[in-house]
Write a protein that binds this ligand. Structure first.
Ligand code: AMP
Length: 432
């Protein structure tokens, strides 16, 4: 009987087991390849930051800051928070290292874990992974469209087809007051029906009510006035520019009048990529413009736009759509010794093969030859080197081509060279 399990991964977290890794390598590989094509450079920031960075940028009235942050005090009494998302740390780093002085437009991407204390469900975790991109320095709507096009081309390269782009605009501090007034007037009559959080938001940040996840609040705001109808001239022009460039690139979109996204720092463009196959948690990724954030965090006023996408969700969507993925990794050679002398020799042979750039493995459990052959098969070895007592006496070994099911006797002195040739390890450093 299995012993009862004493330790489990914390709620809402997930072990990425070796079996899943080829999927992750594939996903990360496609992300890096597309980021390279679009000329975005990788940046890596710490997984925790001072709490204020997040509360200040994401906004006090948001679900993330109100309810979901993993905040703790270190021994010196500093309040720190595990990053719930990637944009504020990138902006902090951009300001801290004066990256804007190097080039007027900087394009970054990141891949890494994020932390939010949400109620776990399918597609919603407490530690999840995002990749994201940020372009800091350009106000041109063409920049917003490059960002959207980048996210969509990653999805397409992964084989996702059942996805849709939702587009909206959240305006800027100049056009929001009028919308706020209209929204308050619209919601006034139903104030007492709003949830306690939204009643607070009503006074402090009413736009956030449109982002409330509660059914009741969603119903009450169904026909609420959209910021889109109150855009100032510059924001309206920018929005037209984005739509025009999307058309130019033949990128289809759905206009989403109540797309506000869960973060306060967005201005103007907001977008989301939705999968048709994911049920309630259907957003694969989203982003938008944040022209005020860099100034807000102490930098020079600099326009910017970015997105973040959830990697676990993308993998779920790929599974649902039956997307083809790369094969799991295999090894070049399995070394199967029989007897003690052969086992000692196997250790040196494995070292020589690895030095020659050939991935290989051997037996450390003193298994029978039959069991070792099964192991070689399971590891997907291209060749198995059988070190039998009798052959070893003659300084020879048997090399079995696992695909062809053919074997050949090879002299020990030319064994490594023979395998290099068979496996086509041409350049030094190239691994098979
Ligand atoms: P956000 O930063 O909230 O715009 O999230 C961007 C993307 O990250 C979403 O579209 C999801 O794909 C993913 N995501 C956000 N929160 C979670 C979560 N708790 N678990 C898994 N994925 C998430």
């Amino acid at each position: 009987m299995a012993k009862s399990i004493k330790y489990r991964a914390p709620r809402g977290t997930h072990d990425r087991l070796p079996d899943e890794m080829s999927l992750w390598y594939h996903l990360e590989g496609v992300v890096r390849e597309q980021m390279r094509l679009y000329n975005y450079s990788e940046i890596a920031t710490p997984t925790f930051e001072g709490t204020e960075l997040f509360s200040r940028s994401i906004g006090e009235e948001t679900e993330i800051v109100e309810k979901q942050m993993y905040t703790f005090f270190d021994k010196a009494g500093r309040s720190l928070t595990l990053r719930p998302e990637g944009t504020p740390p990138v902006v902090r780093s951009y300001i801290e290292h004066s990256l804007g002085r190097r080039q007027p437009l900087q394009k970054f991407f990141y891949i890494g874990p994020m932390y939010r204390q949400e109620a776990p469900q399918a597609g919603r975790l407490r530690q999840f992974h995002q990749f994201g991109a940020e372009a800091i320095g350009a106000i041109d709507p063409a920049m917003d469209v490059e960002m959207i096009s980048l996210l969509l081309s990653i999805c397409r390269r992964l084989g996702l087809k059942a996805i849709a782009l939702h587009l909206g605009s959240v305006g800027c501090p100049r056009c929001r007051p009028l919308h706020r007034e209209k929204l308050l007037a619209f919601l006034g009559g139903s104030y007492s029906l709003l949830c306690p959080d939204c009643q607070k938001r009503y006074h402090r940040n009413p736009l956030r009510i449109l982002d409330c996840k509660r059914e009741r609040c969603r119903e009450l705001t169904e026909d609420a006035p959209s910021v889109i109808d109150f855009l100032c001239e510059d924001c309206a022009l920018h929005f037209e520019g984005v739509k025009h460039h999307l058309q130019q690139l033949e990128i289809a979109y759905t206009l989403d009048r109540r797309l506000v996204r869960g973060l306060d720092y967005y201005t103007r463009t907001a977008f989301e990529v939705i999968s048709a196959n994911l049920g309630a948690q259907n957003a694969i990724g989203g982003g938008g413009r944040y022209d005020e954030l860099i100034k807000e965090l102490g930098g020079d006023p600099t326009p910017a736009v970015g997105f973040a996408a959830g990697m676990e969700r993308i993998l779920l969507a790929m599974e649902k759509e039956g997307c083809q993925i790369a094969q799991p990794p295999t090894i070049g050679v399995y070394v199967a010794p029989v007897g003690d002398r052969a086992r000692a020799f196997a250790l040196s042979l494995l070292k020589d093969l690895r030095q020659a750039g050939i991935s290989c493995d051997g037996d450390y459990l003193k298994r029978s030859l039959k069991a070792q052959m099964r192991m070689a098969d399971r590891m997907g070895a291209s060749y198995t080197v059988i070190l039998g007592e009798e052959e070893m006496d003659r300084n020879r070994v048997l090399v079995r081509g696992m695909r062809e099911s053919k074997q050949e006797e090879v002299g020990l002195d030319r064994l490594v060279g023979y395998l290099i040739e068979k496996l086509g390890v041409r350049r030094q450093g190239q691994t098979v």
